[in-house]
Design a protein. Structure first.
Length: 80
């Protein structure tokens, strides 16, 4: 899988965030991805993203054809 072009940015965050310091960068990356997806600005391509969206209570934005494709892959893996 080819890596998408990325832009690196630096942001300032309050020191009193209730996130363990070792998890801060990853958590911020996840939060940004979720909010951009929620607003329809980006898509999430990793399979574990569906679990993440469900856990965060964010509805998916895919159409019927894309859903059929996902179900086809799931059925293949489940050998149905």
């Amino acid at each position: 899988m080819a890596k998408a072009n990325v832009i690196q940015i630096t942001i300032e965050v309050p020191e009193n965030l209730r996130v363990p310091p070792g998890e801060l960068e990853e958590r911020l990356r996840i939060e940004l991805a979720l909010r951009l997806y929620e607003k329809g600005i980006t898509s999430l391509s990793e399979w574990n993203s569906l679990e993440l969206l469900t856990r965060e209570g964010i509805p998916t934005h895919y159409g019927e054809e894309e859903l059929r494709g996902y179900l086809q892959v799931i059925r293949k893996f489940m050998d149905i």
